[in-house]
Design a binder for this molecule. Structure first.
Ligand code: PRP
Length: 215
């Protein structure tokens, strides 16, 4: 039996995924050692391998078949646009992709003005403004602390993830429009889906059953 390889987005997502897998009896003790610098972990008994990667790299590993299965946020799947099958919504990591800004910026959206949009997600922002809103905008890619952009005058609005809304509130900004809901998703390499269909389907069925029980 060949190894089935999982790529997990580093951080909270990986932690929650491992907790879920543990409930199915899929464990990887090695991975829990916080001091370890090891990058890849093996469960010999079940012939499974796990590695942690930066979120945006997870769809890349899965598209190329370096990982059979990946767990990553819907935001990353949309932004990266890789050829992978999205097969399951894990229901955690829930948040929303939104257009945000100061209340005064509403008028720029209403009048479809040529504004600047700062974001960590240029592909999502471009798709939303051009294809959904039919508004021509200038998109500025940033790498974090996106809320700063309208405060310091870099852009009129931002496209960013909103979870609790407290970052917006504390910075005098608000949600102007919702782009789409987000959560953690399971993605699968299309070839692995065929070659390892039995093992992957069984895992997905078990995950679905577990999630239904939790709902
Ligand atoms: C994310 C996002 C928002 C914030 C939203 O940033 O970009 O800034 O969380 O969460 P809230 O609605 O609960 O306040 P993250 O902490 O990932 O850091 P970043 O600014 O580097 O993207």
């Amino acid at each position: 039996m060949r190894y089935l390889t999982f790529a997990l987005g580093k951080g909270r997502l990986a932690k929650q995924t491992l907790e879920l897998l543990e409930q199915l009896g899929i464990t990887c003790e090695e991975m829990k050692d916080k001091n370890s610098r090891k990058l890849i972990f093996v469960n010999e008994e079940l012939k499974l391998r796990f590695f942690l990667a930066k979120g945006p790299d997870v769809p890349t590993y899965v598209e190329y078949g370096a990982a059979d299965i990946g767990v990553v946020g819907k935001d990353t799947i949309l932004e990266e646009g890789r050829k992978v099958h999205e097969v399951l919504d894990l229901g955690f990591g829930k948040c929303k992709m939104c257009v945000c800004g100061p209340a005064e910026a509403k008028k720029y959206l209403e009048h479809r003005e040529l504004i600047r949009v700062a974001t960590k997600y240029p592909a999502i922002a471009k798709d939303y403004f051009y294809n959904t809103r039919h508004q021509t905008v200038e998109i500025i890619k940033l790498n974090g602390s996106i809320e700063l952009a309208p405060i310091v005058g870099l852009s009129e609005v931002i496209v960013d993830i909103v979870e609790t809304g407290s970052t917006l509130k504390e910075n005098g900004l608000e949600v102007l429009e919702e782009v789409c809901p987000l959560s953690a998703r399971v993605i699968v390499n299309p070839v692995s889906m065929r070659l390892e269909s039995e093992r992957i389907k069984e895992l997905l069925i078990n995950l679905r059953t577990l999630l239904k029980g939790e709902a």
